[in-house]
Every structure is written in structure tokens, then in C-alpha cells.
Design a protein around this ligand. Structure first.
Ligand code: NA7
Length: 546
């Protein structure tokens, strides 16, 4: 398809406008342009890379192995790129994505420092109109929102936070020029993946580090290591097999390790049937991982509680101060409710003389002053305050833009009770708009690059189909969307994600007032793509095409 049939084709700035130049946006540009579509990518950041541009905090690293967290669409790209570690650093992945942008000559169609404030459906011409932060207006037939699932930072609204006179920095908005940390009194809030990764690094350079923890985290040693030439060559020799495994797996992962496969037990023994001696032997053999090997912990809350006890036993054995250890023991929620975190010496860091833990459940924040944080029982003087406080996940990027569909509806209003999508790709009332790794798709539950290749590939084929048939409007049928949403909720309902005690960003629980709705598709990538491909095979059923 080189021209999209319509009287207004000439007035379009592009056939497709893609919002975001992260992994999805870059790949969308590549595959759509090579099929003859005119594509413009609008990117808020001054550089490409998305997540891997913004999250440059000390210790930032992917929790999926580098040889798996990479594109498989071009065997030459796979062979030429050299990863240096089992889990790649932010800097290395950012370099990789810049290499992708250069190698496929993508930059000429990407406008940087050009975020959008609004996307408005024009029903008269079946086009989308984008208002940019630079004051421009651009029009396209189709919109692809590659805006990221973890791209809108969440910041605590503690009294006085704006009065802080030192440096305040969010892990996900870490400045390119870096932050002066050496010899400083650093405070960090948040012990999710970003906090857990940065705490050991901050402790190494700080005069003193104070960690403000609201919820203790399940985190396992990543066992990261340099990749040897032999190891890399062995994977590269059989890369096609690995990719095939990824494309046909639950989590787009061939299973070499990493956070997305942590829920998968490695043992067929049930912890509920184990003896104390067997559990002790598991601790001796697997350490922290003794808590995640058992066959019954993902589905049985009592079994899960026994696994939690094994985990906490390891915390107590690792952390010297019993009171600190007790605070670091996750309580009140099951393993598997939140995304597993992988660390490098996290618990050991609390044995350092220059690290203090403030358990906010015992000693809540009262206020931030110009010089530090006052809690009920103390005051920590701070020069640099690091906020590792997470994101308005999965929906935040889209609800912050004025996305205005049919009948002048705003997406943020339509999603007030949680996102409603068809296949996590389209939304009833927003014709010709597609989302990459959107809400109700596997998204954060699966490895991104292979998942993106499949999802964006599906969108590309759909656009080609529309072009070949002279179709200028593709709208979701309400009943199809309802059925998909029902299926998504049904699949999630008996998982640890939805346990009453589970308060995670997967269900919006980290953002005050956000509806408690599971935001991804827990049925796995294979089932998901089968459904998408089935929809395509049946002439894109669930869409009204005209
Ligand atoms: P997360 O996982 O959402 O972690 C955010 C952390 O910040 C978590 O410990 C929160 O505690 C804490 N938090 C948030 N707001 C507050 C306030 N107001 N007071 C105290 N503590 C607070 O975000 P990350 O960036 O670490 O990781 C996101 C994903 O990125 C990760 O899962 C990987 O996929 C990569 P809470 O647990 O909500 O009590």
C-alpha cells in the first residue's frame, strides 16, 4: 500500500503518525516504512530509546537477559551486536536502540523533543489530528500510540516536598548530565525495581544513604555476570531456535532466566508436602531462590505463605540487625503479586555503616523540609532526594494526553473505571488508532522486543489489509470489546495478581483513586497471539470496516 484511498490523502502529513520513539515506535517506523507507508514518529524526549533514555539512574539494568531482550527481526543485527553482560545496563540498551535507529535510517522520520498534547479524531475525513508541544498540528490516517507502559512518573505528594532545597530527582527522569552524588547525604524513597537496583550503587558513593521503605520487596539475586565470547557465540549459532521459542512462549522468553519467567516453578515438589528438613535443604542449595521453586506457590495462598517464610528466613540470615531484617521481610502479600525484582547485593547493603532504613509503616513521613525528611520519630538530613516511586502504569501515558475520539469523548473519561480495549490494541470509539503493548495485552508480563515484533507485525498487516481494500475507517465493535475485557478479567481473577492482599501497579493500587483493575493480559503471549491471528483470519472480526 503506497497511498491510502481517500479524497483527503494529499492533505495528510503522513499515513501513520506514531507517538513515541522507544522500542515499539522504532520498530513500527521500520516495518511500516518498508511497506511503503509514510510514517512520522513524534517523540517527547530529545533522543530515541523511550524507557532506556529516561531511566538512567545508577544501577539501571534490564531484568531480562540481554541475548533475549533484543530484536529478532534481522539475523544480521543479531549477529553483529555484542552484549557484554547477561543482564544489560541501561547505557548498553540505549546504545543498542540508537544503533537500530542508525542502521535502518530511522532518524529522518523521527521528530525529537516533540511530545503531543492532544490527538483528535476528525470524523469528517477519517483522520487523526495531533497537537504537538511545539505548537504544530499534524494529520494522519492512522495513529499508533507507542507511548510506553511505564512512562509517566509517580511522585509522592508529601507536605513540603516542593520546599526541599537540595537536589530532588526521580529515577525515571534522571538527567543526562548525571547528578552529583559523591559524598552526599542521599535519601531514597521506594523499594521497587528502580529503588532496589539503585540502593546498592548509591550506598557506595554516599556519605550516608537513608532508605525510606513503605513496602518490603521480594527481590532475588540476579546472578548477573559478564557474557563470555563462547557463551554469546553459542546463542548466536542457534538464535533462530531461541527466537522461535520466544514467539511461542507464555512470556516471549526462551527461558534462559530473568524476571518474566520467575513465576514458573523449577521443581514439581509441593512446598505444602515438604518436611522442615527438605525446606532447609532447599535454602542451603538455592538461597533466596528456595522461595520460588515449588509447584504449588503460584496457585495456593497457604503454600505461598510457606514460600514467603523461606524468603524471610534468608533475609534474616543476610541482614545483621534483627530489627532492620524484620522491616525488610515482606509481609502481608504473596510472592508473585508484584513483578519479581532482581538485585545485586540489595539486602547486604543494609549491613553497611552508612545506610539507614526508615520503615514508613512504623515511622510515617510527616513532612519534607528544605533540609530533609521529618518522620514521626526522627529527622533525616538530606542533600539529594531520589524518588524511586514508580509510575502511573499502563494507562497513565494515554490518559494524560487529550485523546478525543468519536462524539468528542475523552479516553481518560471512557477509562475512568479502568481501560477498555479490544485485544489491547484498539479502543471502541477511537477508530484507526492502535496501541503497542497497551493495556489488556500481555505487555509488562512478557519480554518486550519479541512481543513488540509480533504485536506491531499484526498492526502492520492490518494496515496493509485496509489499504488493499480501500478502507479508511476501522472501528471496534462494542460487543467485541466487551467480550475481550471480560476474558481479560476472567483470566486474571484466580492469580496472585488479584489476591485481596495484593496492592501492585499491575492493578493500579499505587496511584490514589485509580480503579483496581488488572491492567495486562495474564493468559500469555501464545494464547494472545492465537486470538489476534484468529481475528485477522476471520477478516478482522470485531472491527467495523468502511
Ligand atoms: P514500583 O515497582 O512501582 O516501585 C515504587 C516504589 O515506591 C514502591 O516501593 C512503592 O511502595 C514506593 N512508593 C510509591 N509512592 C510512595 C509514597 N508516597 N511513599 C512511600 N513510598 C512510595 O516502580 P519501579 O520504578 O521501582 O519499578 C517499575 C517497574 O520498572 C518494575 O516492575 C520493572 O518492570 C521495571 P509500595 O510498594 O507502593 O508501597
Amino acid at each position: 500500500m503506497s497511498e491510502l484511498a481517500s479524497p483527503t490523502t494529499a492533505a495528510l502529513d503522513a499515513d501513520v503518525i506514531v507517538v513515541g520513539a522507544g522500542m515499539s515506535g522504532l520498530y513500527a517506523l521500520k516495518v511500516l516504512r518498508e511497506r511503503g507507508l509514510r510514517v512520522i514518529v513524534l517523540e517527547k524526549a530529545p533522543a530515541v530509546g523511550g524507557t532506556w533514555y529516561w531511566n538512567r539512574y545508577p544501577g539501571a539494568r534490564c531484568d531480562v537477559p540481554s541475548l533475549e531482550y533484543s530484536f529478532g527481526f534481522d539475523p544480521e543485527l543479531e549477529q553483529e551486536w555484542v552484549w557484554t553482560e547477561h543482564f544489560a545496563t541501561q547505557a548498553e540498551i540505549e546504545r543498542y536502540l540508537n544503533h537500530v535507529a542508525d542502521r535502518y535510517d530511522l532518524r529522518r522520520d523521527i521528530r525529537l523533543s516533540c511530545g503531543i498534547t492532544a490527538a483528535t479524531w476528525d470524523a469528517d475525513t477519517n483522520t487523526w489530528v495531533f497537537d504537538t508541544e511545539t505548537g504544530e498540528q499534524l494529520r494522519s490516517r492512522f495513529a499508533i500510540m507507542a507511548t510506553g507502559g511505564l512512562s509517566v512518573p509517580h511522585r509522592p505528594d508529601w507536605p513540603g516536598i516542593d520546599s526541599f532545597a537540595g537536589t530532588i530527582v526521580q529515577t525515571s527522569l534522571w538527567p543526562e548530565e548525571g547528578v552529583e552524588l559523591e559524598g552526599k547525604r542521599i535519601g531514597i524513597v521506594g523499594t521497587g525495581s528502580s529503588g532496589v537496583q539503585s540502593i546498592p550503587e548509591l550506598a557506595k558513593v554516599a556519605e550516608h544513604l537513608t532508605v525510606f521503605q513503605r513496602t518490603a520487596m521480594f527481590t532475588w539475586p540476579s546472578q548477573n555476570r559478564p557474557l563470555t565470547h563462547e557463551e554469546q557465540a553459542a546463542v548466536k549459532a542457534t538464535y533462530r531456535d531461541l527466537r522461535e521459542k520466544q514467539y511461542h512462549s507464555y512470556a516471549a522468553a526462551a527461558g534462559t532466566s530473568g524476571a518474566v519467567i520467575f513465576a514458573v516453578p523449577t521443581d514439581d515438589r509441593k512446598i505444602k508436602e515438604s518436611t522442615p528438613e527438605e525446606r532447609e535443604a532447599a535454602l542451603a542449595e538455592h538461597g533466596f531462590s528456595a522461595s520460588r521453586i515449588w509447584a504449588d506457590t503460584a496457585t495456593d495462598l497457604d503454600a505461598n505463605a510457606m514460600a514467603v517464610e523461606l524468603f524471610n528466613e534468608m533475609v534474616r540470615r543476610t541482614v545483621d540487625d534483627p530489627e532492620v531484617a524484620d522491616s525488610l521481610c515482606p509481609k502481608d502479600y504473596p510472592i508473585g503479586c508484584k513483578r519479581p525484582v532482581l538485585d545485586a547485593g540489595y539486602f547486604e547493603t543494609f549491613n553497611r555503616d552508612n545506610v539507614t532504613l526508615v520503615d514508613l509503616r512504623k515511622d510515617a513521613v510527616v513532612e519534607v523540609t528544605p533540609t530533609g525528611i521529618r518522620t514521626e520519630h526522627g529527622f533525616a538530613e538530606i542533600d539529594v532526594l531520589v524518588l524511586a516511586t514508580g509510575f502511573d502504569a499502563m494507562t497513565g501515558a494515554l490518559t494524560r494526553i487529550d485523546v478525543r475520539g468519536e462524539g468528542d469523548h475523552l479516553m481518560r473519561d471512557d477509562w475512568a473505571d479502568g481501560p477498555r480495549t479490544y485485544l489491547g490494541i484498539s479502543v471502541d470509539g477511537y477508530p484507526n488508532m492502535f496501541m503497542c503493548v497497551g493495556p489488556s495485552s500481555p505487555a509488562v508480563l512478557a519480554n518486550y522486543p519479541p512481543q513488540i515484533e509480533l504485536q506491531v507485525g499484526w498492526i502492520r498487516d492490518f494496515l496493509l489489509h485496509l489499504g488493499e481494500h480501500g478502507i479508511t475507517r476501522a472501528a471496534v465493535e462494542p460487543a467485541a470489546q466487551e467480550a475481550w475485557c471480560e476474558h481479560v478479567a476472567d483470566v486474571a481473577k484466580d492469580t496472585m495478581f488479584m489476591a485481596d492482599s495484593c496492592n501492585s501497579w499491575y492493578i493500579g493500587a499505587n496511584i490514589e483513586g485509580k480503579p483496581r483493575v488488572f491492567l495486562a493480559y495474564a493468559g500469555g503471549l501464545v494464547a494472545y497471539m492465537e486470538r489476534c491471528n484468529d481475528v485477522a483470519a476471520h477478516g478482522y472480526e470485531g472491527y467495523a470496516l468502511s
